[in-house]
Design a protein around this ligand. Structure first.
Ligand code: Q0N
Length: 286
């Protein structure tokens, strides 16, 4: 790390330049809820997310190339190819939730997709839809139509990003559902490389970049419990926090329960023990 240059911080991750071609992505144990980073960390959360994203990168290579070069032995740092990132978030929704549910209630549409009438909150959609958003540097990402996204990245790039995003979502959602996890929606970020065209970047198909729901509790007609953050949300509701900065400290039982859920998601999806990952992070790449 001596000569890694810090490029920027996300809410829970740090980005460094290793050289002209390579970046280092470091996932912290910070957790955010209602868009606020809490003062209490969840031990190993960054390792779980790093391992899970690497697992998916290894298993989706037949669909799209990705930026992953290596996982470091700390289990939370990955070396990645430096790409020219597209200025859009590539969101795929298989279920009606979050801003998709809100937009549907107002207009019957989500990002220009007209949906059947009478859908309930959290209903499964007839087909997954591509619902791009702009990358807000501050505040909330804003949903945009396909036409607006195509104007930002070009029609051909847009069509390719849509095709790859839907294919990735279908493949991962089917895999996860067999293991008891509904991936309700997910966000991809693509970049461009000279020789390969669109390349999947960022972190993909983790509970931070997606909505994970426990399949055995799925009950459409209202909001669903979060696979990973429900203990945190319940605690925040219980103490009556106003959901603005600063967030509350979490008590030890909420921390340990939440850590257990992250580890459980990792183990259910990968079929690997999290201890095996800690001993040798590259096990997720086999
Ligand atoms: C990049 N972001 C947004 C880290 C993630 N492979 C890449 N090449 C060039 N740039 C990026 C990547 C990637 N991934 C992606 N910013 C730069 C997401 N960041 C937010 C901060 O934490």
């Amino acid at each position: 790390m001596a000569d890694a240059v810090h490029l920027g911080s996300g809410k829970v991750r740090e980005l460094y330049a290793l050289d002209d071609e390579r970046l280092l992505l470091v996932a912290s144990d910070r957790i955010s809820t209602f868009d606020v980073v809490l003062p209490t960390e969840i031990p190993d959360k960054g390792r779980v997310l790093t391992g899970l994203a690497a697992f998916w990168f290894a298993r989706t290579r037949a669909i799209t190339p990705n930026h992953l070069l290596a996982i470091r032995s700390d289990g939370r740092s990955t070396e990645c190819r430096r790409l020219e990132m597209l200025p859009i978030e590539c969101v795929v929704r298989g279920y009606l939730s979050g801003s998709g549910w809100k937009d549907y209630g107002k207009t019957g549409e989500v990002c220009g997709h007209r949906l059947p009438t009478g859908l309930r909150e959290s209903d499964r959609l007839p087909e997954p839809i591509f619902t791009p958003a702009t990358k807000a540097t501050t505040g909330h990402d804003e949903n945009i139509t396909g036409a607006q996204a195509a104007a930002l990245v070009g029609a051909e790039r847009f069509a390719e990003a849509e095709r790859l995003s839907i294919a990735l979502y279908r493949s991962a959602a089917a895999f996860a559902l067999e293991r008891g996890i509904i991936i309700a929606d997910t966000k991809f970020e693509f970049g461009v490389s000279r020789d390969e065209g669109l390349v999947l970047g960022d972190e993909a198909l983790t509970p931070d970049s997606s909505r994970f729901w426990p399949a055995d509790q799925y009950t459409p007609g209202g909001p669903q419990p979060s696979y990973d953050k429900q203990y945190v949300r319940d605690y925040c509701e219980k103490i009556g926090w106003g959901k603005t900065y600063p967030g509350p400290e979490l008590p030890p039982d909420v921390v340990s329960g939440t850590r257990r859920r992250y580890v459980e998601a990792f183990e259910q999806l990968t079929g690997l023990s999290f201890d095996a990952y800690l001993a040798n992070p590259s096990v997720v790449l086999k």
